[in-house]
Design a binder for this molecule. Structure first.
Ligand SMILES: Cc1ncc(COP(=O)(O)O)c(C=O)c1O
Length: 417
């Protein structure tokens, strides 16, 4: 993949003047790291020691038998430290921060996965860390906030706008503008102004650098298709990277939410609801109204409800190199249930989007062919949402009993939340 500011008509670096020097320095560091084999060697060895890499490529024997078509392989990014592919990006950026000589990192987070990963990296490298999170997300992702704080990060609840991810990004940029000298902004996905899309996609390419070797060993040749879910686009780009110039079909799956007709979704490339725009420092396809105001999005998966999408993916979409599909919340729950029951593997709600599309297409392919599903993360973090969707009575009782226990303690000891 080229080192560039623009990908076709997409991307760029639409940033305030005060950040020009910082971006130019960062771009220099990224380009030098890409040309320096010792950076990648250090990164690979860190990920091996700290994050269980290379992650396995698991043959899903039972699902393959169930669908009776192509052999289904699962790339296990859930086995990373902190439970998702987000670790690849933050640990790589952590090494870069060390090279830049900075001592503080900041990050935005939506579902909390990137925030958790970033707080973990900061704890390991000894950096001060501030995480910006929309107040709505702080309320609905309390377990992740709890761990970020325990890891030593300062979590700031953003009260502006819709109080979700895009507002957290805006606030993080505000912080960066005032603290450029000692602070690096660890962008969480392959979006934002250049060089972030290039940097994040490159660090995530560790996924496909491994899987291309693994699939050749296991299957004797390349897979027919690769499936990955698409929020900002980082796990998808990582899973596709080494296959971009190969004869392999690449499929990105977006959050269809309650269905395209409902308007409650986060589909930017698989349908016609999004339009070109410039926001948050880059040009891409945004879900926005006619005045250019960002629309509210919806997905059962908190990590997929972003309004924009990687400019690199927008270009690959325009050039028809990647096909985009959408999976609804209901389809996601069904695919999740099947994967748990058949393979004993619990995908994150985000990752389950990729499973939906793979399950639709696998039966139509020959058993001689193989497909890879990139499982971006594990579903343990989603227990509240998944248990809610199952409407599990014993889970509800557990939560109600816990709430009562806290209430009794509060009444007795004046221990207010
Ligand atoms: C497990 C998981 N998968 C996928 C995503 C979507 O992000 P991206 O499209 O950048 O991979 C997220 C975002 O939080 C996530 O937590």
């Amino acid at each position: 993949m080229q080192s560039s500011i623009f990908y076709g008509e997409w991307g760029g670096a639409y940033i305030p003047e005060i950040l020009h020097q910082t971006f130019s320095d960062l771009t220099g560091h990224v380009r030098r790291a890409r040309q320096d084999a010792s950076f990648w060697a250090e990164y690979q060895s860190l990920m091996a020691e700290y994050s269980c890499r290379p992650t396995p490529l698991t043959f899903a024997k039972n699902l393959t038998r169930h669908f009776g078509g192509a052999k289904i392989y699962i790339k296990r990014e859930d086995l990373n430290h902190t439970g998702a592919h987000k670790a690849n990006n933050v640990m790589g950026q952590g090494l870069l921060v060390k090279r830049m000589g900075k001592r503080r990192v900041i990050a935005e987070t939506g579902a909390g996965q990137h925030g958790m990963a970033c707080a973990t990296m900061a704890a390991k490298f000894g950096f001060a860390c501030t995480i910006y999170m929309g107040a709505v997300d702080v309320a609905r992702q309390r377990p992740n906030v709890f761990w970020m704080e325990k890891l030593g990060a300062d979590v700031v609840a953003v009260e502006d706008g819709a109080r979700t991810l895009k507002d957290a990004i805006n606030e993080a940029f505000r912080d960066w503008v005032t603290n450029v000298d000692n602070t690096h902004y660890v962008f969480g996905t392959a979006c934002g102004p250049a060089p972030f899309p290039e940097l994040v996609a490159w660090l995530q390419s560790i996924i496909s650098k491994e899987s291309i070797i693994q699939i050749k060993e296991r299957h004797g040749r390349l897979p027919r298709r690769i499936y990955a879910c698409v929020g900002g686009g980082s796990n998808a780009l990582g899973a596709f990277y080494e296959y971009l110039d190969q004869d392999v079909e690449l499929v990105g799956v977006e959050a269809g939410g309650l269905g395209l007709d409902s308007g409650k979704h986060a589909v930017r490339l698989a349908a016609t609801d999004a339009s070109p725009g410039i926001a948050q420092g880059y040009k891409t396809m945004f879900l926005q109204n006619d005045d250019g105001q960002m629309r509210e999005t919806h997905s059962v998966a908190a990590g997929l409800d972003y309004v924009g999408v990687s400019p690199i993916l927008a270009d690959l979409w325009q050039r028809r190199r990647v096909r985009f599909e959408a999976a609804t919340d209901a389809e996601v729950m069904a695919a999740l249930d099947l994967t748990i029951k058949k393979e004993g593997i619990i995908p994150a709600l985000e990752s389950a989007h990729a499973f939906v599309q793979a399950f639709k297409e696998a039966p139509r392919l020959s058993p001689e062919e193989a497909i890879i599903i990139n499982m971006s993360g594990r579903g343990d973090k989603d227990i509240f949402t998944i248990a809610g969707a199952y409407d599990d009575p014993s889970w509800k009782k557990f939560i109600i009993d816990k709430a009562k226990e806290y209430q009794t303690r509060a009444d007795r000891w004046g221990d207010r939340p």
